[in-house]
Design a binder for this molecule. Structure first.
Ligand SMILES: [Zn+2]
Length: 76
């Protein structure tokens, strides 16, 4: 069972870790609200977990162009 990190904006695969070696606290997931967890964390049928984060490249782009975040929102 593993946790995979994928950029939510460009879908770049950022890496994965074995779930047994990390707790939600170590992952920083414990501070999320239930709504955020639904949005950010995806569980697939194999029990694998995909966590959508923002890669450094996209973070930089968003920092430089805050309006881009509006385009990336699924609600827009
Ligand atoms: Zn990205």
């Amino acid at each position: 069972m593993a946790i995979h990190y994928v950029c939510r904006h460009c879908r770049t695969f950022l890496g994965s870790i074995d779930r047994s070696t990390a707790t939600e606290i170590q992952l920083g997931l414990h501070s999320l609200t239930p709504a955020e967890r639904r949005e950010i964390i995806a569980y697939d049928s194999d029990g694998e977990i995909t966590v959508k984060v923002t890669c450094n490249y996209c973070k930089e782009a968003l920092d430089n162009n805050p309006e881009l975040s509006l385009l990336a929102s699924p609600l827009q």
